[in-house]
Design a binder for this molecule. Structure first.
Ligand code: GUN
Ligand code: FE
Length: 467
């Protein structure tokens, strides 16, 4: 089975932290989390004090033979990150966007690269790298856009499954206003190709333990009304989730108004097509009107906030505080390669910085806190992808999708205590636990991500992880 790599019962010992509410991170300094051979959390001890590990094991009936994974140095376990919006195919273009804005960026950088995924050797090289890279940054679940190509999209599903990343994989549909060299020939072709990708996932992971196909109209301008409605119908028949872009850029919004004159708004275009439901992930949502937000809310559709991309392409600053206050469900998306980084930690920082810019105009209430940004990166993302009962936090019955964060301790002579550990964050050991988490949040990167698990399976480890 796909669980073949899961290794018996394991007890994870040491500090752990996770989000318990939008504004709240729970930190346990001396915890023990028991993970069963099915990858699920079986018990959580919040304060084991100084009990030696073997005694703890003997105290737990049925856990006498469990192995231990002890936190290293001054680190902590943290839930895996959830990237609710990333274009796997655009990964080679990370950082390459010049001064473009959305519509010319698509034509200049994006479509030429995506169109090259007819080359499966190239597709394999890129997809293997982006999955490795996101795993190394602690992304345990990702919502991927692939390209229009069926074979390459199926390859992305295969690679996610074999590397053990939880993924939603979308074959991109675009049957109008796209370049001749990169488009669907017809609505029928788009639907047929989407169905082929759904069938492939049914073969490799029929119960969607790890991989779920996701219906992916690129965005309204690149889909005919017929294509949008057919995809809405397919979503209804299959019950599969949907992902698309919405209200990212002012010119895009004007274009949608021109192209869909009978719709009341951009949001209404999707709603009319049957594409707006509780399994819909809308990326960006920068410029939604109050009426559109109310419609999104009434359909319980979800929002992927992509601040790095919104800044890079000068799309705008999404009003996250307003979205949250109105009861919308929000997670974070790197939007590679509109966004330049594959890291959700970086995205969470960008969410905070963008919120500060919004606050400089709209007032202090707009500011997001570290706790809130971490919540969006984990619990919020889990809700966006409909997995809030499975991942995003540490609760009995949930899956062990987790990362081991390590921090480097400064010795008396100003060197690092473990010279092999050269992460970006120095801890002097007088910091409180919340302060350590803030130092990681603002200064940390994948050098701090010592190990990563999905459903109990080790999917990434650095040399400094002593498993
Ligand atoms: N809108 C339509 N396609 C795209 C894309 O690839 N990236 C972003 N950021 N927005 C889009
Ligand atoms: Fe995008």
């Amino acid at each position: 089975t796909t669980n073949g790599h899961t290794s018996g019962q394991t007890i994870y010992l040491g500090a752990f932290a996770h989000c318990t509410a939008l504004q709240e991170v729970e930190i346990c300094e001396a915890g023990a989390i028991g993970v069963d051979s099915d990858g699920k959390i079986a018990f959580i001890e919040r304060d084991i004090g100084d009990i030696p590990a073997y005694q703890l094991r003997e105290r737990k009936e049925g856990w006498e033979h469990a192995k231990f994974v002890q936190i290293q140095d001054q680190g902590f376990f943290f839930p895996g990150f959830i990237d609710t919006h990333i274009h796997a195919s655009q990964y080679p273009n990370s950082g390459i966007f010049g001064k473009s804005t959305l519509l010319d960026w698509l034509n200049t950088y994006t479509f030429p690269l995506e169109s090259s995924f007819t080359d499966l050797t190239k597709a394999r090289r890129i997809y293997a790298r982006v999955v490795n890279r996101t795993l190394s940054h602690g992304t345990t679940t990702a919502c991927y856009y692939a390209t229009v190509h069926v074979e390459a999209t199926n390859l992305l599903s295969d690679i996610c499954l074999s590397k053990g990343q939880r993924a939603f994989v979308g074959r991109v549909c675009m049957d109008q206003l796209s370049p001749d060299y990169y488009r669907d020939e017809s609505t029928e072709a788009a639907i047929e190709a989407t169905e082929a990708c759904i069938a492939h996932v049914s073969k490799i992971d029929p119960k969607h333990h790890f991989i779920t196909p996701i219906i992916t109209p690129r965005f309204a301008p690149s889909c005919s009304e017929g294509c949008l409605s057919a995809l809405g119908k397919l979503a209804k028949e299959t019950g599969l989730p949907i992902q698309t872009h919405i209200s990212e850029n002012k010119s895009e919004i004007e274009l949608v108004a021109e192209m869909f004159p009978s719709s009341k708004s951009y949001t209404d275009v999707y709603d009319k097509a049957g594409l707006l439901n509780s399994k819909t992930i809308l990326a960006h949502a920068v410029h939604l009107t109050p009426e559109e937000r109310a419609l999104v809310r009434s359909r319980d559709a979800k929002i992927s906030h992509c601040p790095a991309s919104n800044t890079a392409l000068t799309s705008g600053a999404a009003p996250v505080r307003v979205l949250l206050d109105e009861g919308l469900t929000v997670g974070l998306g790197t939007d590679v390669s509109g966004g330049y980084s594959p890291s959700i930690l970086e995205e969470a920082r960008q969410a905070i910085l963008v919120s500060r810019h919004v606050a400089m105009v709209d007032g202090d209430a707009a500011k997001l806190s570290t706790e809130e940004a971490l919540w969006l990166a984990t619990r919020g993302g889990a809700k966006v992808v409909g997995l809030e009962n499975r991942v995003g936090g540490f609760e009995v019955g949930m899956d062990w999708d987790a990362q081991m964060i390590s921090l480097d301790v400064v010795s008396e002579d100003g060197e690092l205590e473990d010279a092999q550990n050269k992460g970006p964050v120095d801890v002097f050991m007088w910091e409180s636990w919340p302060d350590r988490i803030n130092k990681w949040f603002y200064g940390g990167d994948d050098r701090n991500t010592a190990a990563v698990w999905v459903k109990g399976r080790l999917v990434h480890a650095t040399p400094k992880y002593r498993g």
